[in-house]
Design a protein around this ligand. Structure first.
Ligand SMILES: [Zn+2]
Length: 444
């Protein structure tokens, strides 16, 4: 039995029912029992004072890399789930680019079984193609029965358009998305960062935006052809947004996500000019910074602003992190050799709160895109604090200032270009199914 928890006096934001008010929240038997103005007189085993804090449904991240099995020096299911809980996420979906790849029902079952009892719910995503090699369709039906919540060759595009067509056809029967990493492999040509002034300045091979847009376009055309469910991962360009927006408006089953780092960082970060989008302040960083190498890359400020517009107009229903831990040896100074990716879970709230404080992203939209929207799109439990819902709750201190560094990050890997920067806002308490799985210890 879980204890009865009363969360008192927090600003409850539950976009699923348009609630944004100071209320008390009562959790009992693993469910939300009541959300009311004053539950002071209710008996509870534990009372959490949430005055000045935000109380939201547990956050959901449909795109993380937990590197397990195969690359457990970077992250494991346990360390990844711990990082997620500390970051306020109660549900995550892990990508199949492990070793071996998650491309069989047995491997999906292994993740489901080993995730029991972790401090966050972990849903596996199966590979689209055998070994993620892009040549042969994996057993999507079998993986769906084993617990896969979608399919992706993330890290690469699925090379064969014929396989993509077959996979999209199957989504109509399985009702699970094909989640696509969009990158034309023939155009990569060793590209390390966005192709533009910064790649020229640093003498680094660039990745043109067209590399991404060509495959977004291909996969949307295949979604049009099949009527299947396409989920476009980590869109980074203005034109990419337009392609998704057009398909969504025409009523095709196309969903898409944007990452906090593509909203608040630009290619300048690779050159050590760390200016959060919309900020006046530049914090000098490392030049070049291997931790700012990510795929798809950080683009221009114009792209970042276009992506934010896409979040605001609903083109991007989902905010996700693409949490991509790497060990130090995978991130040498030479950017042509450094692995792509940055950790995202623990810096997600403060990165997005930056846009909220600027007045550019309404708080309710931010929370909606991290809770009820992914729950609705993927059919997960949670996402709302409506009485009767599972008691997954995140309490956020929007004012808390903290420095992102090796001692504050709990993920096994520390690869983020935010290292050394002071950020504002983080989860102070995370509750999973009525059990407190994270509580921030007071530091000052
Ligand atoms: Zn990814």
């Amino acid at each position: 039995m879980t204890e009865t928890i009363l969360i008192r006096g927090g600003r409850v934001i539950d976009p699923a029912r348009g609630l944004d008010e100071v209320q008390d929240v009562l959790l009992r038997d693993g469910k939300v029992a009541a959300v009311e103005a004053d539950l002071r007189s209710t008996e509870a085993d534990r009372v959490i004072d949430a005055a000045g804090k935000l109380v939201t449904p547990g956050l959901i991240d449909v795109h993380v890399h937990f590197r397990d099995p195969g690359f457990t020096e970077k992250e494991t299911l346990e360390t990844g789930a711990h990082s997620a809980a500390v970051a306020g996420f109660t549900t995550v979906c892990c990508m199949p680019n492990t070793s071996p790849a998650l491309d069989t029902p047995d491997r999906i079952r292994d993740i489901v079984e080993r995730s029991r009892g972790l401090p966050t719910r972990v849903h596996p995503i199966g590979a689209i193609s055998v070994g993620r090699a892009g040549a042969e369709l994996a057993d999507l039906r079998g993986m769906a029965e084993a617990g896969a919540i979608g399919f992706s060759d993330d890290g690469d595009s699925t090379k064969s358009s014929a396989i993509m067509r077959k996979a999209l056809e199957l989504t109509k029967e399985l009702d699970l998305p094909i989640m696509v990493h969009c990158e034309d492999w023939t155009l990569i040509e060793g590209g390390a960062i966005n192709e533009g002034p910064v790649s020229q300045e640093l003498g680094l091979p660039g990745l043109t935006a067209k590399c991404e847009e060509i495959i977004i376009n291909r996969d949307i055309e295949l979604a049009r052809l099949t009527g299947g469910w396409l989920h476009v991962l980590h869109v980074t360009t203005e034109r990419g947004r337009d392609l998704v927006r057009e398909a969504v408006r025409e009523g095709y089953r196309v969903t898409a996500e944007v990452m906090p780092h593509h909203l608040v960082m630009t290619e300048d970060w690779v050159a050590g000019r760390r200016k959060l989008v919309g900020s006046d302040e530049t914090v000098p960083g490392k030049c070049p910074d291997q931790n700012a190498k990510v795929n798809p890359p950080l683009r221009t400020e114009r792209d970042a602003r276009a992506l934010l517009e896409g979040v605001l107009d609903g083109t991007f229903e989902i905010l996700a992190t693409d949490h991509a831990p790497h060990a130090p040896q995978d991130k040498p100074d030479d950017l042509t050799k450094a692995a792509s990716g940055m950790i995202g879970l623990e810096v997600a709230i403060p990165s997005l709160m930056h846009l909220v404080r600027l007045g550019e992203l309404p708080l309710t939209t931010m929370i909606e895109r991290l809770t009820v929207a992914p729950a609705r799109v993927f059919g997960f439990e949670g996402g709302s604090l409506n009485p009767g819902m599972v008691a997954d709750v995140t309490i956020i201190d929007p004012e808390d200032r903290w420095v992102v560094d090796e001692s504050t990050i709990v993920s096994k890997s520390k690869n983020t270009p935010l290292l050394g920067m002071e950020m504002q806002g983080r989860s102070t308490t995370t509750i999973l199914g009525g059990e407190v799985v994270h509580e921030l210890q007071a530091t000052s």
